[in-house]
Design a protein around this ligand. Structure first.
Ligand code: TXA
Ligand code: MG
Length: 336
């Protein structure tokens, strides 16, 4: 494929002609990057195996990491999900459309290619007017992994998709930056109590308010259960060092050490640690509101990469609510 076309659309009231163009690309087996409230997704027809193969190729995604299917209503849901457990129903009613992905038993219509051979499928109804309009215009479910190169921070703007996947995606629907900036929470509801396989934009606390106790297993060590979490993730090109929140002495020591090694240092901080920076350091200050920290995190990692820093030192956050999701991403980014 030669060209990647970018179409600007209103995030709240997208032009039906633009949506129809995008749906036509999907019908022909092409790839369309689309905005959701979490991050941009790389869309393809869930029932077209050629299109699914192109998604794995474009992202450089290992074939043992299954895809999420995006639906807009019961029509698409019934085609791909065999059985919705009671707690899945409760969660769907409470949080869809929204940043929640449910793992459920799949129907025979869903190919092994989509699920990496699992007998389950991950499904999400995104809370974004453009994504919903696209799925409705297309009619069937669309797969939608994050529209980044595998391992890189997820894309929170159309330009991130373009930077990573130019030439591999036919069309990008650009509806501006995404609001949540972190991926959806993945919950396996085939077991009771349900298990959170990936922390995300919907907090554990809110899930437990709706259905009671849930377990969390984001290790990926339990084999097929949380396949995606085995792979390195969310990493900029620079090395990431995670610093303890508010620990000025440790932060100062890391910075001195890296400068002595001759490294170009970039920092992301949200507290008084700012006073330890020197002129010449690249830095970004994020607000201590976890909603806003989450919204800007991936974008900020990409910005520091663009400044060609060697090392990014990031101040950790308090590990509850969205802070738990953010710490999960920071740990993964700093591994490897
Ligand atoms: O917010 C999001 O979820 C974004 C937007 C575009 O919707 N999508 C996204 O997709 O983050 P992706 O493919 O980057 O992450 C999907 C996660 C992976 O960790 C994958 O391993 C897991 O969901 N997953 C998919 N199918 C699964 C299944 N059947 N069982 C367990 N985990 C599954
Ligand atoms: Mg991803």
């Amino acid at each position: 494929m030669a060209d990647t076309k970018i179409l600007s659309v209103s995030p709240t009231d997208p032009d039906p002609d633009a949506i129809e163009q995008a749906a036509a690309v999907l019908r022909k087996g092409g790839l369309v990057a689309f905005p959701t409230e979490t991050v941009y997704g790389l869309g393809a027809d869930v029932l077209n195996l050629g299109a699914i193969k192109k998604v794995f190729e474009a992202k450089g995604r290992p074939s043992d990491n299954p895809l999420i299917v995006h639906v807009a209503g019961t029509k698409q849901l019934d085609d791909i999900v065999d059985e919705i457990p009671d707690k899945g129903k409760t969660l769907g009613e409470a949080f869809w459309p929204g940043p929640l992905t449910l793992v459920m038993k799949r129907t025979i219509l869903v190919s092994d290619l989509v699920t990496s051979g699992l007998d389950t499928v991950a499904v999400r109804m995104p809370g974004h007017p453009v994504a919903l309009a696209l799925i409705r215009a297309f009619g069937e479910g669309i797969v939608g992994p994050s529209a980044n190169l595998s391992g890189r921070p997820s894309p929170t703007a159309a330009s991130h998709v373009y930077d990573d996947l130019r030439g591999h995606v036919d069309l990008i629907l650009d509806a501006g930056p995404t609001v949540i900036g972190l991926e959806s929470t993945v919950v396996d509801v085939t077991v009771d109590p349900p298990v959170i396989l990936r922390l995300g934009g919907l907090t554990r606390e809110r899930i437990e308010e709706a259905i009671g106790n849930v377990e969390t297993d984001t290790s990926g060590e339990h084999g097929v259960r949380s396949p995606g979490t085995r792979h390195r993730h969310y990493a900029p090109r620079a090395q990431v060092i995670l610093a303890r929140m508010g620990d000025a002495a440790a932060f100062g020591a890391v910075l001195r050490e890296q400068r002595q090694l001759g490294k170009n240092v970039g920092c992301i901080v949200h507290s008084q640690l700012l006073s330890h920076l020197e002129s010449g350091d690249f830095y970004r200050v994020l607000p201590s509101s976890m909603e806003i920290f989450g919204r800007y995190l991936f974008r900020t990692l990409r910005e520091l990469d663009a400044l060609r820093v060697d090392v990014i030192v990031i101040e950790g956050v308090e590990e509850h609510g969205l802070g738990a999701t953010i710490m999960d991403r920071l740990r993964r980014a700093s591994q490897g």
